[in-house]
Write a protein that binds this ligand. Structure first.
Ligand SMILES: NC(=O)c1ccc[n+]([C@@H]2O[C@H](COP(=O)([O-])OP(=O)(O)OC[C@H]3O[C@@H](n4cnc5c(N)ncnc54)[C@H](OP(=O)(O)O)[C@@H]3O)[C@@H](O)[C@H]2O)c1
Length: 255
């Protein structure tokens, strides 16, 4: 199997790193010359990575192609590329839907949309795909855990959640910065916060059969610090604003 990536940015390099550190069987990964620095670094790091001269060369030489460009670039370049009928095209593009992709790709290739996120470089994290596809599922199961979604409308909800990643890290950053301003060394503050929230997330995963409201309840001592924290943040509309933010992102995606 020869894999190709059109667009070599953050998500492409995360997926490629995950692939190269997995036991997936493949001959080569052919990547775009853009971004030049990222492409060069990937080639240096992994011996099966080759940099193509241009995007068309990637399509001509591979049977699986990952579209890892921004929507704006996608709208500009996809329609001018020649895809092959028996090619599997996996699109990471957030806001180009399946029917638009089909129109742009023109030939009858297999098209699947997928939402990997950067921890895929560590072979971790869920990967929603739409529509369901056995081979694509088996592929992402080697570097994460695939969730097959039948209805594209439903998959938009998962795209909306993917837009909360930076905000999650910002919450961690604010807390680490707060700690370091109070005298904890920056490095120690970062380590404390990231490992604390990793442990809390692991606990949530282990208990994911239960409703999350049980964890919310169980983590509060009556009249304790967590009860106060939750009350204060609710008063400040923090949680309502999360729902509102998701609705706004969803609106942008669901046109
Ligand atoms: N980042 C994520 O966590 C994530 C997760 C899921 C899905 N996505 C989606 O994946 C796509 C890429 O996101 P990203 O975060 O990886 O963006 P990114 O880091 O900006 O990567 C986009 C890449 O496309 C390259 N590019 C620009 N014009 C090109 C062209 N004509 N031909 C080939 N490559 C070209 C850019 O190169 P230059 O730097 O040289 O311009 C850049 O390396 C987006 O649609 C995004 O919604 C991202």
């Amino acid at each position: 199997m020869k894999l190709g990536f059109i667009g070599t940015g953050k998500i492409a390099s995360s997926v490629i790193t995950g692939i190269c550190n997995s036991d997936l069987k493949f001959k080569k990964i052919i990547i775009s010359p853009r971004n030049r620095l990222i492409a060069k670094n990937l080639k240096k790091k992994f011996k099966k990575v080759i940099i193509a001269k241009n995007n068309q060369e990637i399509l001509d030489k591979t049977n699986w192609v990952f579209l890892s460009i921004t929507p704006k670039v996608g709208e500009k370049i996809i329609k001018n590329l020649r895809f092959k009928t028996h090619q599997t095209v996996v699109s990471f593009i957030s806001s180009i839907n399946l029917s638009r992709l089909k129109k742009m790709i023109q030939v009858k290739s297999t098209i699947v949309r997928a939402i990997p996120l950067p921890p895929i470089s560590l072979k971790k994290g869920p990967v929603p795909i739409c529509p369901p596809n056995k081979k694509v599922k088996a592929f992402f199961d080697k570097i994460g855990s695939t969730i097959e979604i039948k209805d594209e409308k439903l998959s938009i909800n998962f795209w909306s959640i993917s837009g909360m990643m930076a905000s999650y890290y910002e919450i961690l950053r604010v807390m680490a910065s707060w700690l370091s301003k109070r005298g904890v060394k920056k490095k120690e503050a970062r380590k404390y916060i990231s490992s604390l929230f990793l442990a809390l997330s692991e606990d949530a995963v282990v208990n994911s059969k239960k409703d999350l409201k049980f964890l919310v309840k169980e983590s509060q001592t009556p009249k304790g610090l967590n009860q106060q924290g939750l009350k204060e943040m609710s008063k400040k509309r923090t949680f309502k604003s999360i729902t509102e933010t998701l609705n706004i992102i969803h609106k942008r995606l669901y046109k």
